[in-house]
Each structure stands twice: as structure tokens, then as C-alpha cells.
Write a protein of this length. Structure first.
Length: 279
């Protein structure tokens, strides 16, 4: 049997993943092969003619097959880039998504506008990507991150340690804002907001259901935090809430405790982040 080159493995893996519904088949194949070989993805382009051994091919076949069945690439390789930072990701947490960077970018901008160091809460932290990214890009911020799931808290703590932020990011376990102190300048939240009967792709359904779905058409937890956040915010403090674009109008009735609000669009031009501020 002829040996397979790295390029041929990439071609076959890409074709297989494309036929199994991946919208980023070539990228997926490259990430999986780079993970197996222990190299950077760009390094693959320097060794297309390299022959792969059976010891290298076997784990590659396994990962490609699992990806073809809908497992997220981030779970297969154990990490994901977010805000140009690398995060540990396990099946206990949602995979960080590019659209969430809109929330973080706005939080960083607001924090930098303050004339003093800010205190930030990240509610439903999951992997901790929001909390860690804000602390990384705002050097004097104090960040509290919370989640009601013990496994998610453990992942977030790993990411805090990985980025050397133990002194400025504290991870707590508890329901929504309950474990947090008051006097927050910013409250950030990426909570479950998918309607319970929604049909989703396999790679989304492979992620924790409790972190995806919410009652009241997806709005239950969003409405709760809209009601609770003013009690934790300083005067002139801000809530940044990731939402389903379809829920924007439905949430407007929960803004009585705020002085004003605006929406921020995601990369596709949809309303993705609700910003609301106190007087």
C-alpha cells in the first residue's frame, strides 16, 4: 500500500468532512491534522510532501470521523482561539464564538473610557473566555466570573491560570448574579437564549444543553438578569447582554430600571448585544 502524503491526507479529509456537512471542511481538516502532528496549522504548508506513518494516520482518521459525526473541532483538539487568545475548551462548556467578541470589544472600550479602574462581572462564564479577555485587554480591571455549573467553573479556573490572571479574575459558583458583590461598573453575560424546541446542527447540539436552551422562548434568563443587574451596578454602570437577534424587541419591556439602551450588531449585521445603562 502506497504511503500517503500530508497533502493527500488533507485532501481526503477535506472531501470527507465536506460530504458530511462541514461548512469549513478544509480548515477543520488542517486543525485536526496539525493537532495530531503537534505542529502549527501554518506549518502544514511547509511539509505537504511528508509521508505519514500509520501511527500518525490512525488518530487522524479517528478525529476526522468524529468531526464528521458532528463533534466540534474545539472539543477534539481541546482548545479554541477567542479575541486572539487561546482557551482550554472541553465538552463541559460552550465553544467560544466570534460573535461574542462584539460583547468583549464593547466591554473593553467602556472600561478604557473610565477615569478609574473598573470592576466587571461575567455572568454564566462557561470557559471564562469573556472574563479572561477583558482582564487581558484592560490591565487595571478587576473581574469576577460566575457560573452555576461546577464543571464549567473548573474550566474557567484553568483558563484564568493559563493566562496568569489569578490575581485579577476570581471565579465563583452560583446562580446568575447571586454570588457577586455589588458596585460593578460592568455586568457582562452570555446566557442561554435558544428557544427549547429549536432544531440545531449536530455540532451545536453536542454542546451542553443547559448552556444553550432557555424557557419563555429563550428569554427567561435574559429577563431575569435585566431585572437583577441594576441592583449590582454602580450609578452609570452598564449591562452588556448577548441575545438572540429575534428577542431584541421582546426584551425592551424589561428595561424600566435603566436610563437608556442600544443594540450592537454581530459580524452578520444582526442585533447581538443589548447594552443598557443605569442613570
Amino acid at each position: 500500500m502506497a504511503e500517503l502524503t500530508l497533502l493527500e491526507v488533507l485532501r481526503r479529509s477535506t472531501a470527507y468532512l465536506s460530504s458530511h456537512g462541514s461548512s469549513s471542511a478544509r480548515l477543520d481538516a488542517e486543525l485536526l491534522l496539525a493537532h495530531v502532528l503537534g505542529v502549527r496549522r501554518l506549518d502544514l504548508y511547509l511539509q505537504f510532501d511528508r509521508s505519514l506513518t500509520e501511527a500518525e494516520l490512525a488518530p487522524c482518521r479517528d478525529l476526522v470521523a468524529r468531526r464528521g459525526r458532528g463533534e466540534p473541532v474545539a472539543y477534539l483538539v481541546g482548545h479554541r482561539e477567542f479575541m486572539k487568545l487561546d482557551f482550554v475548551v472541553t465538552p463541559d462548556v460552550l465553544v467560544p464564538q466570534p460573535d461574542t467578541e462584539v460583547l468583549v470589544q464593547r466591554a473593553v472600550a467602556l472600561a478604557r473610557e473610565r477615569a478609574r479602574p473598573v470592576t466587571v462581572a461575567d455572568v454564566g462564564t462557561g470557559s471564562g473566555c469573556i472574563a479572561v479577555a477583558i482582564a487581558h485587554y484592560v490591565a487595571d480591571a478587576t473581574v469576577w466570573a460566575g457560573d452555576d455549573d461546577a464543571a464549567a467553573v473548573a474550566v474557567a479556573e484553568r483558563n484564568v491560570r493559563q493566562h496568569g490572571l489569578e490575581g485579577r479574575v476570581t471565579v465563583l459558583r452560583g446562580d446568575l448574579l447571586a454570588p457577586f458583590p455589588g458596585d460593578m461598573d460592568l455586568v457582562c453575560a452570555n446566557l442561554p437564549y435558544v428557544e427549547e424546541e429549536t432544531v440545531l446542527p449536530p455540532e451545536v447540539l453536542a454542546q451542553p444543553r443547559h448552556a444553550l436552551f432557555a424557557a419563555e422562548g429563550g428569554a427567561a434568563l435574559l429577563r431575569r438578569i435585566l431585572g437583577e443587574a441594576p441592583g449590582k451596578l454602580v450609578e452609570g454602570g452598564t449591562l452588556l447582554l448577548e441575545i438572540d437577534p429575534a428577542l431584541g424587541d421582546a426584551l425592551l419591556g424589561g428595561l424600566e430600571g435603566y436610563a437608556g439602551h442600544r443594540f450592537h450588531n454581530d459580524l452578520g449585521g444582526h442585533r447581538r448585544v443589548l447594552e443598557a445603562w443605569t442613570s
